[in-house]
Write a protein that binds this ligand. Structure first.
Ligand code: BEZ
Length: 371
């Protein structure tokens, strides 16, 4: 047995001269802990360099979870509350997480020189293959918010085979119409860039209530040393092209999608419209009560529950991993859940109200959730 262990270690990683197997193991463990703390990398792409932070150790046959944040935020200010939420740990321990920072949004990013041509959202989407190639991942499950949700959708439209699922929070797949532009220009006359971005992220009700969370994000954005870069990302978002999604048409998302929006969030109508353009057999729609504009910040527990459920529908969460609440919610599901990646595509329920009662429907129906 001892001999067998020694052979395995020698085969996996040759020992350095003078290194004992114990020391090698400790080094491996230290490297793994480092990975779990997040390691930041940058890759060069045809549109400039992009930075991303990787958490977790690779699991065979599993996609990476790849996140993309909204305007005014970076991966930490957008996703830390969700990914560090207690119940989220049982989900993320099964996946490597790749958190992309849009160019110039990473912590400590220098301000781009005057005249710098910031990538369009389509070009930001075209940077993602360079990241996946660098990390040697062939498929992802994407989680995006606002501009990040648009970027991941554009990526999925161009690379259908590499996207296993998408969680899209506050997506607006439409280009700005002239009415939106007029309103945007008018607001720009009286508001600062940071207030305009806050109006994109949060509901008017939240902004006037001015809770601690709003004060925190107002400070983060208004005092950001890279505010000029943020403005460039904001401009790219406002100049986005229409995704031209069409239910039953050629341009549609083929993977399972979970659309999420807070009730009274600024993008509620856009998400509802997006839902109407996607394949109902592949799409779940989650309208979250009491969450405002950023459900991943204000309701990480509810969102974690929904993500678990979504992944279970894709066969990636064993039901033993579900909390008691979600087990009772999902008791009537027909999905075959397994932790090893064998998948089934039946997500068949609708849910109503805070109490979380679920009723099973015919296979492949859109999930309407209001929790
Ligand atoms: C993660 O574990 O994926 C994570 C940790 C801290 C911030 C964001 C994400």
């Amino acid at each position: 047995m001892a001999e067998l262990q020694e052979v395995q270690i020698t085969e996996e990683k040759p020992l350095l001269p003078g290194q004992t197997p114990e020391v090698a193991k400790e080094a491996e463990l230290a490297a793994r802990i480092l990975l779990d703390q997040g390691q930041t990398h940058s890759v060069e792409t045809p549109y400039g360099s992009v930075t991303f932070t990787v958490y977790g150790t690779p699991k065979p046959k599993r996609p990476a979870i790849l996140t993309y944040h909204d305007v005014g935020l970076n991966y930490k200010s957008c996703f830390q509350s969700l990914f560090q939420f207690g119940d989220m740990q049982e989900i993320i321990q099964n996946f490597v997480r790749v958190h992309v920072d849009a160019p110039g949004m990473e912590e400590g990013a220098p301000v781009f020189p005057v005249g710098y041509q910031y990538p369009s959202l389509d070009q930001l989407a075209d940077m993602i293959p360079c990241i996946l190639q660098y990390l040697n991942f062939s498929t992802i499950i994407g989680i995006g918010v606002g501009a990040g949700a648009y970027i991941l959708s554009r990526y999925a439209l161009n690379h259908q085979d590499t996207v296993e699922g998408l969680v899209l929070i506050n997506i607006d797949p439409n280009a700005k119409g002239w009415m939106d532009w007029a309103a945007h220009k008018l607001t720009g006359l009286t508001s600062s860039i940071s207030e305009m971005i806050l109006g994109h992220l949060f509901s008017q009700e939240e902004l006037s209530r001015n809770s601690e969370l709003i004060q925190k994000y107002r400070n983060i954005i208004a005092r950001a040393p890279n505010l000029d870069n943020i403005e460039l990302y904001w401009n790219s978002y406002n100049n986005r092209r229409d995704l031209n999604l069409e239910r039953g048409g050629d341009i549609t998302l083929k993977c399972p999608v979970m659309l999420v929006v807070g009730d009274q969030a600024p993008h509620e109508d856009a998400v509802v419209e997006c839902n109407s353009k996607l394949d109902p057999t592949q799409t779940s729609f989650l309208k979250m009560a009491d969450s405002g504009g950023q459900p991943q910040l204000t309701q990480p527990g509810k969102l974690t529950e929904a993500i678990k459920y979504f992944l279970q529908g894709m066969g990636y969460m064993a039901s033993s991993c579900m909390t008691r609440l979600s087990r009772s919610r999902t008791a009537s599901l027909t999905s075959a859940a397994s932790i090893d990646g064998s998948r089934s595509r039946s997500r068949t329920m609708s849910q109503s109200s805070e109490s979380g009662t679920l009723s099973s429907g015919p296979p492949g129906h859109t999930m309407e959730v209001s929790c």
